[in-house]
Design a protein around this ligand. Structure first.
Ligand SMILES: *[C@@H]1O[C@H](CO)[C@@H](O)[C@H](O)[C@H]1NC(C)=O
Ligand SMILES: *[C@@H]1O[C@H](CO)[C@@H](O)[C@H](O)[C@H]1NC(C)=O
Ligand SMILES: *[C@@H]1O[C@H](CO)[C@@H](O)[C@H](O)[C@H]1NC(C)=O
Length: 368
């Protein structure tokens, strides 16, 4: 093959050289035009360029967000498993204790709580990080632009960024710790009376999950019907609990906190949040339906999936292990559902857009 090409070149030396020159010339011309076009662009449409830069910055920010979310999954799983330790119950059962039935009951509650909690936890974590990184990203974009223009006052200095982003750790240590008892309480109310021997079908479980959700999301107040997820915002960020010192840095930090809280209280956020939860719980029920399909195949008589039912006691080990599927490392089924949603992307883009624009120089003033 190489030999054939070499012969060809030898035979058509002149033509090859001319073609080479033309290609080189073409490239040169192309570069020249591109440079001229850039100059033209810079003169004619600085705004267009700023938009392109903003877009580029936004895209790389979303990738950062993806990576951050995935890197936090092991921590999320660890916290939920630690707070809802079914493994401990299983160990105790091995020693055939006298309060065996009581431990089984506890195992039932913990197992259901675990897989409901991981859906809430994962959705909240994804959305909180999305919001934080887009607020910070918007400010960083403005800081970069200001730097290019020789303005040195920063809207989000690195120390503040770090402190602000570490709020996700507060979500893990405090938010989840407060949320999980609420989930557990709802699970107890909905599954407490179901005996271990009772047989459940997929539609039974679907109904149970939706009742658990209703208890958690609607709370006690009927005024929350329109924004059912509103009571959950406080587990993601509670500004009352974050201590604030008195210096310029903490002014910037406080401003970030309040802005984040405002986003978390907005209707737009709750629309996206509810949608993400619907998709997340949809995934949970998909896994359960798959399990029932497996069981259906092993039945001796032919029955529909609808009729397939499994005794609670037999279902518990599967429900308990679901956390390893729902909270798995990448590719994580929940993250996959949440991050590809068009509404999540639009929501992120809107936050970034809002925080990367400085219409009025007054807007850039820090809180007094
Ligand atoms: C983030 O991850 C989602 C799901 O994996 C993917 O659809 C999306 O394109 C990713 N975004 C970026 C900017 O990498
Ligand atoms: C499961 O569904 C069947 C049929 O709809 C119903 O009769 C039964 O009470 C349900 N069981 C539970 C525990 O909800
Ligand atoms: C924060 O404190 C205010 C006033 O004390 C109170 O009304 C509000 O409910 C608190 N918010 C949270 C999330 O605890």
């Amino acid at each position: 093959m190489i030999g054939r090409i070499w012969n060809f070149i030898k035979r058509h030396k002149k033509k090859v050289i001319v073609t080479g020159l033309a290609v080189w010339g073409g490239t040169y011309l192309f570069r020249y035009v591109r440079r001229k076009f850039r100059e033209f662009q810079e003169i004619e449409s600085a705004e267009c360029l700023a938009q392109a830069r903003r877009q580029h910055h936004f895209d790389s920010n979303q990738r950062t967000c993806n990576i951050t979310v995935l890197s936090m999954l092991p921590k999320l799983r660890e916290v939920v498993i630690c707070l809802l330790n079914t493994e401990e119950c299983t160990e105790q059962l091995k020693s055939i204790p006298s309060n065996k039935l009581q431990i089984w009951e506890e195992l039932k509650i913990l197992s259901f709580t675990r897989c409901v909690a991981i859906v809430y936890g994962c959705t909240m974590m994804c959305l909180l990080l999305r919001i934080q990184l887009n607020i910070i990203g918007g400010y960083m974009f403005l800081d970069n632009a200001a730097g290019r223009n020789g303005v040195s006052k920063e809207l989000a200095p690195p120390e503040v960024q770090e402190k602000y982003l570490s709020l996700i750790r507060v979500f893990f240590s405090e938010g989840l710790a407060e949320l999980i008892p609420v989930v557990k309480d709802a699970v107890v109310k909905e599954t407490g009376s179901i005996s271990l021997k009772e047989k459940l079908s997929v539609s039974n479980i679907t109904a149970i999950v939706s009742q658990i959700r209703e208890r958690i999301e609607n709370g006690k107040e009927s005024t929350l019907r329109e924004l059912p997820t509103l009571p959950l915002g406080k587990y993601m960020l509670n500004v009352n609990k974050t201590s604030v010192q008195d210096d310029i840095e903490s002014d910037i930090y406080t401003r970030l906190l309040y802005e984040t809280r405002d986003v978390l209280e907005s209707n737009d956020f709750h629309t996206v949040f509810k949608l993400c939860l619907d998709h997340g719980f949809g995934k949970l029920l998909d896994f359960i339906a798959d399990h029932f399909k497996e069981v259906q195949k092993t039945e001796t008589s032919i029955i529909s999936l609808h009729e397939t039912s499994i005794p609670v006691a037999k279902l518990i080990p599967f429900i308990s292990r679901l956390i390893y599927k729902l909270g798995s490392d990448a590719p994580n089924p929940l993250v996959q559902e949440i991050l590809v949603l068009e509404q999540t992307k639009t929501f992120a883009a809107n936050i970034y857009e809002a925080f990367s624009h400085s219409e009025d120089p007054e807007d850039l003033q820090l809180v007094p």
